[in-house]
Design a protein around this ligand. Structure first.
Ligand SMILES: *Cc1c(COP(=O)(O)O)cnc(C)c1O
Length: 397
């Protein structure tokens, strides 16, 4: 059997693959500490669960409108207005089965054969594959740790061409934890308007910010940039709702309409029950996020300090999301019992076998010098896991 050409261009999500390997070792009785996870280790708040249970009891269990129920669209519109200073109508919103699904709908609706999509690296694992699945070309913009992994207007200009269709922006970022301030975003917005390309703004980590950082949506700088921006957001990270599969896109009505047509021919509406839960998440009490952030913040600072104290390791201070992204390339070309570490993947395998710690290799995010550690796990695990990593690294010669 021969499969379609585009399936040959892509592989499984590497983060999910590592997580699966760690979980299966754990199931086999090995004491694994996982820094591989990409989801909060908190339970979904009770009020949200109750709303879902009520939806089931009320028989709210049938197809809904493809792009989401009216209640949820209203809640999203109010959220965008209040928190992001953005005005949208209902026909400018689509609710999908997770933010990843919204991003995929954008890719299908917007990216055409040969279009160039600007992608700052390190990037989230699914962006290049979603671009390639639609026969467009990812144009990687390599960023520098010295500039906190941010793209600059100069870098951006150097990668523009007549085929540039869009820029994918992820702030706060998975995997680096960087977040763009207002000034940097304004400079990017100016270029997008001047050279007429779209911005796909993945704001899924908007609420998980530290050190008093204030998230700003790039779409909020005026009509010209707003009509070129598709804002992507969702509940997975802010409300610990990864399994519920609710995300959304907000953007110009013609793009949203195209995305809705695509969704109507693939998944139809997201789960009716999850949509009711999402209404409660946006309309109900918001203190859960604060409580979760306080805990993440403690772990973030501890991990950041510990990593930077390890010999040869350097790490920027993350201001958002729940990941640390240290440079570990100092250990490349070193050996353990005769076998040589040549890449982030080698180091990841070594850490899993020798330290019983799961991390994700930087190669999955487009930069082989790094590994990604998630701090969405308990402080006890973080302490123990970092001890193990430090110990294992010290054995490399
Ligand atoms: C987790 C994540 C998503 C996807 O979230 P879902 O709503 O669960 O699909 C999108 N973008 C980034 C950068 C993420 O880390």
């Amino acid at each position: 059997m021969r499969f379609s050409k585009k399936t040959n261009a892509i592989g499984p999500s590497p983060t999910l693959a590592i997580d699966a390997k760690a979980k299966s070792l754990k199931a086999g009785g090995v004491d694994i500490i996982s820094f591989g996870v990409g989801e909060p280790d908190f339970d979904t708040p009770q009020n949200i669960k109750e709303a879902a249970i009520k939806a089931i009891r009320d028989g709210f269990t049938k197809y809904t409108p493809v792009a989401g129920i009216e209640d949820l669209k209203s809640a999203i519109i109010d959220k965008l207005k209040k928190e992001n200073g953005l005005d949208y109508e209902k026909n400018e919103i689509i609710v999908s089965c997770g933010a990843k699904h919204s991003l995929y709908n954008v890719a299908e609706a917007l990216y055409d054969v040969g279009d160039e999509i600007l992608l700052p690296s390190p990037y989230w694992v699914s962006y290049p594959d979603q671009i390639m699945l639609n026969s467009a070309v990812p144009v990687i913009i390599k960023t520098d740790e010295k500039n906190s992994f941010k793209i600059t207007p100069e870098l951006l200009k150097a990668h523009l061409s007549k085929k540039t269709k869009a820029l994918i922006l992820n702030s706060p970022s998975n995997p680096t934890g960087l977040a763009y301030d207002k000034k940097s975003l304004e400079a990017i917005a100016e270029l997008a308007v001047k050279h007429d390309f779209y911005i796909v703004s993945d704001e899924i980590y908007e609420k998980l910010v530290y050190d008093g950082f204030e998230h700003i949506s790039i779409a909020s700088f005026g009509d010209e940039i707003k009509k070129r921006t598709i804002v992507i957001n969702g509940l997975s990270k802010s409300f610990a709702m990864t399994g519920w599969r609710i995300g959304f896109a907000a953007g110009p009505k013609d793009i949203i309409e195209a995305m809705t047509n695509i969704q109507s021919q693939s998944t139809s509406n997201p789960a009716s029950i999850s949509q009711k839960a999402a209404v409660e998440a946006y309309r109900g009490p918001q203190d859960f996020i604060h409580t979760m952030n306080i805990e993440f913040d403690k772990r973030r600072l501890y991990m950041f300090e510990r990593l930077n104290k390890m010999k040869g390791v350097s790490c920027i201070r993350p201001v958002g999301a729940f990941y640390a992204f240290p440079d570990v390339s100092y250990y490349f070309d070193k050996n353990f019992k005769g076998s040589r570490i040549n890449s982030s993947m080698d180091l990841t395998s070594y850490l899993l076998e020798e330290a019983k710690v799961a991390v994700v290799p930087g190669s999955a995010f487009g930069d082989d010098r790094y590994i990604r550690l998630s701090y969405a796990t308990s402080m006890t695990n973080i302490e123990k896991g970092l001890d193990r990593i430090e110990d294992a690294l010290s054995k490399l010669q």
